[in-house]
Write a protein that binds this ligand. Structure first.
Ligand SMILES: [Zn+2]
Length: 280
């Protein structure tokens, strides 16, 4: 199985590979730029070259860039909207050069204008991006918990965005077990996973599902609150996590932990736990 965690690239992308190896991660995610700010650290082309070479030596099979939270593709503020479109295009191009598998973005928040208006703006922004972008790194829209005016807390909304954008090959979805659970999908049970998988297959197509953020949830099913818990320590629980990672439809996805840790080394024991829960 491919399981990894969110790591920092502040000390360089090759360093993140070393950190991934230290916790026996087969995947890692990083923020493409400061998560709450706007400016990107300029990644020198030499660093990218080293990263590509080093990646062969480490057992990292999957890499994922996470767009900053300040990117809101559904905003009604013109300046924020322009920033979101430009940042998304720029980051896709930057990380395509580093052979990153996917970038993931939160679809956006409509800020009170309604789901339909928000989806329209997201579609327009993605159309802008995909009219210009030609790389190999694919973009994933993340499933959200439905907090506030967030779009993307159900499969129907993601389907509408993909359909509006014309189903480009470079666009798919990324799952988050905590967000799905908070949004009311019971991923802690086999029956809940079966029906979610069937819905995704029918409305999105399984080939567009890129990965899953594997997080437990501090809040209950359908709470609408996005609070990640460590694996086995939340309301999804150890048995729920076991059901997810062994489910026929989900088991081959790359899994990325975004659980609350003080130090990345703590991910090492969670990765071990997940591997123990895995059945052949
Ligand atoms: Zn996210």
């Amino acid at each position: 199985m491919i399981i990894g965690a969110h790591l920092s690239i502040a000390k360089g992308m090759p360093k993140a590979l070393e950190h991934a190896s230290a916790i026996d991660a087969g995947a890692f995610q990083f923020f493409t730029r400061n998560p709450r700010g706007g400016r990107a650290r300029k990644i020198p082309s030499q660093e990218i070259e080293i990263f590509k070479q080093e990646r062969q030596k480490h057992k990292v099979r999957y890499t994922l860039g996470h767009m900053p939270y300040t990117v809101n593709l559904a905003t009604n503020r013109a300046d924020v909207y322009e920033f979101a479109k430009d940042t998304l295009l720029e980051d896709l191009e930057r990380f395509d050069q580093a052979d990153i598998n996917h970038l993931v973005v939160h679809p956006g928040s409509h800020l009170g204008d309604g789901i339909e208006a928000g989806i329209e703006r997201i579609v327009e922004a993605l159309t802008y991006v995909f009219n210009r972008y030609q790389g190999k790194t694919h973009l994933l829209l993340e499933t959200m918990s439905g907090h506030g005016t967030e779009i993307g807390s159900n499969i129907d909304e993601l389907e509408k965005i993909l359909a509006g954008t014309g189903w480009p090959d470079e666009l798919g979805i990324g799952l988050d077990s905590c967000h799905l659970f908070a949004a009311g999908y019971n991923v802690a049970s086999k029956a809940g996973l079966d029906s979610l998988a069937a819905e995704i297959e029918q409305k999105i197509g399984w080939q567009r599902v890129g990965m899953m953020h594997l997080n437990d949830s501090k809040e209950g099913l359908g709470s609408g609150i996005d609070r990640h818990a460590k694996i086995g320590e939340g309301k999804i629980g150890r048995e729920g996590i076991k059901a997810i990672i062994n489910h026929q439809a989900f088991r081959d996805l790359p899994f990325v932990l975004e659980t609350p840790v003080d130090d990345f080394l703590e991910y090492g024991s969670e990765i071990r736990l997940v591997k123990e829960l895995r059945q052949n």
